[in-house]
Design a protein. Structure first.
Length: 328
């Protein structure tokens, strides 16, 4: 199953004996695990649901949890972060994955990757229902997510409004989901590009990306004004720092890719074409050495706004000034 938000109605009835949720996108993981618990309770309100973190599990506990119930009551065992299951517990878990107890459903969540790979491989040998919950890195996947969220709330969204919504909100799935639901509620179900622009006009004026767009083209004075206004209305320091980092890194990537058709470059870089076009324009006036110094500035800023600096607001102002100096 491709990476997307999974609900109760997406799961088979009855539930399989073993299911696997693979990925590290928190919203998709939460939705999938929540859907299994809801489906189990819908099938039998008396189901025993147990949820454990992989690092917390020991061998004797697994025997108790995975053995058939004395009175045949249904059981659902959810193991989060199964990559952290210790070796002793993994040795006990393996045979149960091949033959789960009658009336039991085991749902394993594994982030993927090399850590705890033996547990992942053991689960896959049992041919479980597998749900992908990986991060949505492709623009098309995020667009599909937005469309799915709008449909989930009973609405519909115009094709040209999807990219504008993502541009305004960003790539965080929780925020995209929240805004999609809010727009459906506000619009009565039909979301068009004008509604999206109106909804986010005020936000765009004080966003971290507004600060970033000014900073990377060397307009340090206006960038500092936008920064101070953003901080005054409560935009978090970390959000602004992330926007500055994204702006500098995007210009650096597009600049290093050379000239060419923005649509071809977009495919090569894994970016939407509009972002490549904007970064190409912003790259004028930058040198390779300057971009290197700017990348160092945003790397230090990341630590500063997360506790290294005494005054994160001052750290942001200093970073804006240093990015402007690097471009000059």
């Amino acid at each position: 199953m491709p990476a997307r938000a999974v609900g109760v109605d997406d799961l088979p009835d009855p539930l399989p004996a073993l299911a696997l949720v693979v990925g590290d996108e928190e919203l998709l993981v939460e939705r999938a695990l929540g859907a299994f618990a809801a489906a189990a309770r819908r099938a039998d309100p008396g189901v025993e649901v147990t949820e454990l973190a992989g690092a917390q599990i020991d061998g004797p506990e697994l025997h108790e949890l995975l053995s058939p119930s004395l009175f045949g009551e249904p059981r659902l065992l959810v193991i989060r972060a199964a990559q952290d299951v210790r070796a002793a517990a993994a040795a006990i878990l393996g045979p149960y994955l091949q033959a789960p107890g009658v009336g039991s459903t085991v749902v394993l969540h594994h982030v993927g990757g090399a850590k705890g790979k033996a547990v992942l491989e053991a689960a896959r040998k049992a041919k479980p229902l597998e749900i992908a919950a990986t991060k949505l890195t492709r623009p098309d996947d995020r667009a599909d997510f937005v469309r799915d969220e709008v449909r989930r709330h009973g609405g519909r969204i115009a094709a040209n409004a999807v990219s504008v919504l993502i541009d305004a909100v960003g790539s965080d799935l929780r925020e995209l989901a929240a805004v999609a639901g809010q727009l459906v509620s506000d619009s009565g179900g039909a979301i068009d590009i004008d509604l999206v622009r109106a909804y986010h006009r005020g936000r765009a004026e004080v966003s971290g990306f507004a600060v970033s767009d000014l900073a990377v083209v060397g307009r340090s004075g206006p960038a500092l004004e936008a920064l101070r206004f953003a901080l005054s209305v409560g935009v978090p320091h970390v959000v602004i720092a992330d926007a500055l980092a994204d702006g500098v890194r995007t210009v650096a990537r597009v600049s290093s890719a050379g000239r060419g058709d923005p649509f071809i470059l977009a495919k090569k870089l894994g970016m939407p074409p509009w972002k490549v076009k904007r970064a190409t324009s912003q790259a004028r006036g930058w040198t390779e050495d300057g971009l290197g110094r700017a990348l160092g500035v945003v790397a230090i800023l990341n630590a500063d706004v997360k506790g290294a600096a005494v005054d994160p607001g001052y750290a942001l102002e200093l970073a804006v000034r240093r990015i402007g100096a690097a471009r000059s």
